[in-house]
Design a protein around this ligand. Structure first.
Ligand SMILES: [Zn+2]
Length: 187
């Protein structure tokens, strides 16, 4: 392990804790997890690991654990976004007992995780008040692309079937913004 990689490891846990201070959405997610009876314990429910694959994070259903892969994460801001993404999976598992082996459940939680984090919000920079409808469509297609990429990483389903499943559940899951009042792009 190179020096840079080992320091990323040491910092990973600390950075994740810092996200709680810097990121209001993460505080809200942790709060709602507690309300649902799944309080998040950093020592028990977070691990930082190495990977041979191009992964930045994951949620381990049977261990109830969020995994971060710091070697593939470039900044604290990016780490907070990935942490938040995985917390949305943790919340969906806690509140709805979703089954990550069920591709419809997986598609739904990936849509929510992409849409409710700022993963698609760079498009905000392109936003002008005269073009809200175009931006809305761009946000939706960004969310679909992200969900598709995530599903291709964790299933063996053919692309066409992944697209079909995402389209089948998209509206219902995209409009389910719990625990937030709305999607961040509209804030
Ligand atoms: Zn995901």
């Amino acid at each position: 392990m190179s020096d840079a990689t080992s320091s990323k490891f040491r910092n990973c846990y600390q950075q994740a804790r810092q996200c709680v201070t810097s990121n209001q959405s993460i505080r809200q997610l942790l709060n709602v997890l507690s309300i649902y009876g799944c309080p998040f314990d950093f020592d028990r429910h977070l691990t930082c690991e190495t990977t041979d694959r191009n992964l930045r994070g994951g949620f381990h259903q049977s261990l109830c654990q969020i995994v971060l892969y710091p070697e593939n994460i470039q900044s604290t801001g990016e780490l907070c976004t990935i942490f938040e993404h995985e917390l949305i999976h943790a919340l969906d598992y806690c509140r709805a007992k979703i089954d990550f082996a069920n591709p419809y459940h997986l598609a739904c939680t990936e849509i929510r995780a992409a849409s409710l984090t700022d993963q698609c919000s760079l498009l905000q920079h392109l936003s002008t008040s005269s073009r809200p409808f175009i931006i809305k469509n761009q946000h939706e297609s960004c969310v679909k692309n992200r969900a598709q990429q995530s599903m291709e990483l964790c299933t063996d389903l053919p692309r066409k079937q992944v697209d079909q499943i995402i389209n089948d559940v998209f509206l219902r899951c995209y409009n389910d913004t719990e625990p937030f009042d709305r999607i961040r792009r509209r804030q």
